[in-house]
Design a protein around this ligand. Structure first.
Ligand SMILES: N[C@@H](CCC[C@H](N)C(=O)O)C(=O)O
Length: 279
């Protein structure tokens, strides 16, 4: 006998370096793009629902450009062009479900992303879209305090601020000031605060747009941080980025090619009744 009072929906809970996602196998296209923002807002709140930083609807790409395509939404229901850690999770699941081989292309709103699963290491590498709109050394006034900031779009917009002591920053406050700064309106920006430990090692804390707070990791943020730090000659073209969840993301910047590699995990498969949650 079913414990549910109506039709149910399976979902996969996944995490990429502490950035967590609900992934729905939407090959049958039962959930339309118009409904997806409401699913994100209903399912992503912690405590009141499943809880995640974002939600991914995974489908087969029928355009001939890639093996799979996705629809990615932040926890607040906003659609984002790209998510580095989410793309690593989606790649792993597509492979596990037999939708795509270990190496495949995935279509995102930012463009086609090349992805590769390394099962023996529980890692996934994605080649992000080339960094664009890079701007170095501009001044940002954050509530009376002036900071030197940098910008790169690695699929989604990222502002990067270099600091000496990233652990003791008030990311909730400073991050929100960057995220909503007039300079980046109307799209807004994610806010990354980095500390350069050596030419191959960075510490990173990210305030994410659409989550409206600090997450344990942000893949495109790590990529933007290394792209900016390398352009400023603060680090090499290949660097290891330790995020707030203490996981390490490997970033390689080769010309306009940017690669992101790190752990991705299928945590569990679950089932819920959409109607019971108002969906
Ligand atoms: N966590 C992500 C980025 C997700 C999108 C971002 N919050 C935005 O709206 O720009 C990553 O791993 O890249």
């Amino acid at each position: 006998m079913s414990i549910f009072t109506g039709p149910t929906q399976f979902f996969y809970k996944m995490q990429g370096s502490g950035n967590d996602f609900i992934v729905i196998d939407n090959r049958a296209k039962t959930i339309s793009p118009a409904e997806m923002p409401r699913w994100a807002k209903t399912l992503c709140p912690h405590a009141f629902s499943i809880g995640a930083d974002g939600i991914i609807f995974l489908e087969i790409d029928n355009s001939g450009q890639a093996a799979t395509r996705w629809h990615f939404f932040n926890a607040d229901g906003s659609r984002a062009e790209m998510c580095g850690n989410g793309s690593r999770c989606a790649t792993l699941l597509a492979h596990k479900l037999g939708m795509a081989p270990a190496e495949h292309l995935m279509l995102t709103d930012a463009g086609t992303v090349y992805a590769q699963v390394f099962p023996e290491a529980d890692e996934v590498e994605v080649q992000l879209t080339p960094a664009r709109d890079m701007a170095l050394n501009f001044t940002l006034d954050l509530g009376g305090e002036t900071f030197t900031a940098h910008f790169a779009n690695t699929g989604v917009p990222h502002t990067v601020i270099v600091t000496d002591d990233v652990k003791n920053l008030d990311i909730k406050d400073l991050g929100a000031k960057v995220r909503y700064h007039d300079r980046f309106a109307p799209a807004g920006t994610n806010a990354n605060f980095i500390q350069v430990l050596s030419r191959q090692e960075l510490l990173l804390r990210t305030y994410e747009r659409g989550v409206e707070g600090e997450t344990y990791a942000c893949g495109t943020g790590a990529a933007a941080s290394v792209a900016v730090a390398h352009a400023l000659n603060l680090c090499d073209a290949e660097a290891r980025v330790t995020t707030s969840g203490s996981e390490v993301l490997g970033i390689k910047v080769h010309g306009s090619d940017i690669f992101l590699r790190g752990k991705a995990q299928l945590v569990y498969k679950g089932e819920f009744c959409p109607a019971a949650l108002g969906l």
